[in-house]
Design a protein around this ligand. Structure first.
Ligand SMILES: [Zn+2]
Length: 493
C-alpha cells in the first residue's frame, strides 16, 4: 500500500490545510444539521474527494465520534469494504455513459437500502452532460428527505448557476508549504523514517501545493530508511538555493561571465529547463516577499518579470537550454549593475523591517503614486475625474509599463487563487488612495466582498505598492468597456 493511500485522511482532524471547512462540516455532523446538497470547489489535490467521503460516511455513521465517522459501525464498515449501496460515487469526468448517470440520479427517489440517507458524491460535476444536469437539477429542486448530494469540481464557472444556487459551497484552499511539511513529518515519524528537515522542505517546494505529489516524492526518496537532501537534489534535479541565489546575484551585477560558468556547471549534470524556471521563479517570489520594503525589490521584480515571460515561451521553442541561457544573459545586460547585499531567507519569508529613508526611494519609483496631491498634474494611473459615475480610465498601456497591477495580481494568484479567478474580469479605478473594483457578476462580487478578503486585498496592495489603499467593491456600476484587470493579467499569465 502506498504511503499516500495509507495516510489518506479518514477523519476531519487529519484533513490537511482546510481547517475552517472541516470545522464547519464536522460541526454540521455533530449537531445533525447536514444540508441536503454541498458543492466542494478547489484545485486538484486539495482534499475535496477525501472530505466528501468523510462527510458521506459520517452522515450514515450510527456512532459518530466528535463529528467524524467511527469506522466501527455496520455502515462505516460497509463503506470501507466497498459494500455501502447508499453512498454512490460518480466520476463525471470518466463516465461518458450519460444515461447511466441520469438513471442513477433518477433513482434518488427510492428509499436508502441500509443507511439513513442515500448520498451521491459526484466528482468533477461540471463534466455532466446537459441531460444529467437536468436530472440533477430536478432532484435538487425537490429533494427527497432521504437524499444528500456532495458535488465536487475544479471548475466552478462551468457549473450552471441553477445548480450553484441550490447548494452550500465550500472552497478548498491550496495547501500551504508549512502544512505539507508537517504532514510529511507526521508520516515520517509514524513510519519510523529518518529525515533531514531541509529534505522535507525541498520536497514541499518541489511539489508546490500538491500534497499527494509531496507524499509520493517523499516515498520515492526513502533510501535505506532515510530521506536526505542530497539524494533528493540528485534524483529530482533540484537546484540548491545557494546556486539560485548566486545566479540572481550575477544577473543583478551584470556578471555575464559568471552566469555562463554557473550554467555550464549545471549543464554538466543536466538541467531540466522547465524545472529550473519554476525553481528560480519560486526563489524570486520568496525574495520579493522578503524584500517588499527594500529597493532591492525592484531588482528582483525585474528579473522575475523577465524569467516569467521566458517561462511562458518554453513550449514554443525547440531548444529550451538556449532560451534559458539567452534569457539570463539578456536580463544581465538590461540595466545598470546593482548589488544584492542580502540573500533572501527562503524557508520563512518575512517582511524585512521598514527603513524609512529607503521607503522614500521606492515611492519615487512608482509612477504617479496616489500620494501626490497636485490635482492638475496629468497622472498616468489615476483618473483625474472626481465624478465617480464616469466610466473608468481607458488608457491601459500605462498600467502595463514600468510597474503595474500585474505584480499585485500575481501576488493574489499565488496567495488566493480563488480570489484571483473572481477578480480577473473586474474593472478598476483609482482615485487618490481608493481603489474601486467593479464586478460584472454577482457571483464574483460575493466571493470577494467579505471583510477578510477586503483586508487581504488592502494588505497585499500595501506589500506591492508600499501604500495604504482603501479597497472599495461595487457591482455592475460601470459600463463594460473600462480597464479590466485581466488585460494586464493576461499579459503575464
Ligand atoms: Zn460509524
Amino acid at each position: 500500500m502506498s504511503l499516500y493511500t495509507k495516510y489518506r485522511p479518514r477523519d476531519w482532524n487529519s484533513v490537511v490545510g482546510q481547517y475552517y471547512t472541516t470545522e464547519i462540516l464536522k460541526s454540521a455532523l455533530k449537531h445533525n444539521r447536514v444540508g441536503h446538497a454541498y458543492l466542494f470547489h478547489g484545485s486538484r489535490g486539495t482534499g475535496k474527494t477525501t472530505s466528501a467521503r468523510i462527510l458521506a460516511k459520517g452522515i450514515n455513521c450510527t456512532t459518530l465520534q466528535d463529528g467524524s465517522p467511527c469506522h466501527e459501525c455496520t455502515n462505516c464498515q460497509a463503506f470501507d469494504n466497498g459494500n455501502m449501496l447508499d453512498i454512490i460515487e460518480i466520476d463525471a469526468a470518466s463516465n461518458t455513459g450519460v444515461d447511466n448517470i441520469r438513471e442513477l440520479i433518477d433513482k434518488a427517489r427510492f428509499e436508502p437500502n441500509q443507511g439513513k440517507f442515500k448520498i451521491y458524491i459526484i466528482d468533477e460535476v461540471h463534466m455532466l452532460s446537459k441531460w444529467a444536469f437536468n436530472a440533477l437539477l430536478k432532484t435538487l429542486e425537490e429533494p427527497p428527505s432521504h437524499v444528500k448530494f456532495i458535488l465536487a469540481t475544479t471548475e466552478i464557472d462551468k457549473v450552471p448557476e441553477t445548480i450553484r444556487s441550490r447548494v452550500q459551497r465550500f472552497d478548498f484552499k491550496k495547501i500551504s508549504r508549512e502544512d505539507i511539511i508537517s504532514r510529511l513529518e507526521f508520516i515520517a515519524q509514524s513510519e519510523g523514517i529518518e529525515y533531514e528537515s531541509e529534505a522535507l522542505s525541498l520536497i514541499a517546494r518541489f511539489a508546490k501545493w500538491w500534497l499527494r505529489d509531496a507524499i509520493t516524492l517523499f516515498e520515492q526518496s526513502i533510501v535505506h530508511g532515510k530521506v536526505t537532501k542530497e539524494h533528493i537534489t540528485h534524483t529530482f534535479f533540484i537546484i540548491d538555493e545557494g546556486t539560485l541565489g548566486a545566479i540572481v546575484k550575477f544577473i543583478a551585477e551584470n556578471n555575464t561571465a559568471a552566469i555562463i560558468t554557473t550554467l555550464g556547471k549545471l549543464q554538466e549534470r543536466y538541467i531540466d529547463v522547465r524545472l529550473f524556471f519554476e525553481q528560480i521563479l519560486f526563489f524570486l517570489k520568496d525574495a520579493l516577499y522578503a524584500n517588499s520594503e527594500s529597493p532591492i525589490f525592484w531588482t528582483y521584480y525585474r528579473i522575475f518579470e523577465g524569467i516569467e515571460a521566458a517561462y511562458g515561451k518554453l513550449k514554443y521553442v525547440p531548444d529550451t537550454n538556449l532560451l534559458l541561457e539567452i534569457t539570463l544573459l539578456k536580463l544581465a545586460q538590461k540595466s545598470e549593475p546593482q548589488s544584492i547585499v542580502e540573500t533572501p531567507k527562503q524557508e520563512t519569508p518575512k517582511k524585512s523591517p521598514s527603513i524609512p529613508e529607503k521607503k522614500e526611494e521606492i515611492i519615487k519609483k512608482i509612477p504617479s503614486t496616489p500620494e501626490k496631491k497636485e490635482e492638475n498634474l496629468p497622472s498616468p494611473i489615476i483618473s483625474p475625474s472626481r465624478d465617480t459615475k464616469e466610466s473608468p480610465i481607458t488608457n491601459t498601456s500605462v498600467l502595463s509599463k514600468d510597474f503595474s497591477f500585474a505584480v499585485w495580481l500575481n501576488h493574489i494568484k499565488w496567495e488566493k487563487a480563488v480570489v484571483f479567478q473572481s477578480m480577473k474580469n473586474c474593472q478598476f479605478k483609482i482615485q487618490d488612495t481608493t481603489l474601486t473594483l467593479s464586478f460584472n457578476r454577482k457571483w464574483d462580487f460575493d466571493k470577494v466582498h467579505t471583510p477578510d478578503i477586503e483586508n487581504f486585498l488592502a494588505k497585499t496592495l500595501e506589500i506591492c505598492f508600499g501604500i495604504m489603499y482603501t479597497v472599495h467593491l461595487v457591482l455592475n456600476e460601470w459600463t463594460p468597456q473600462g480597464n479590466q484587470l485581466a488585460k494586464t493579467a493576461d499579459e503575464i499569465f
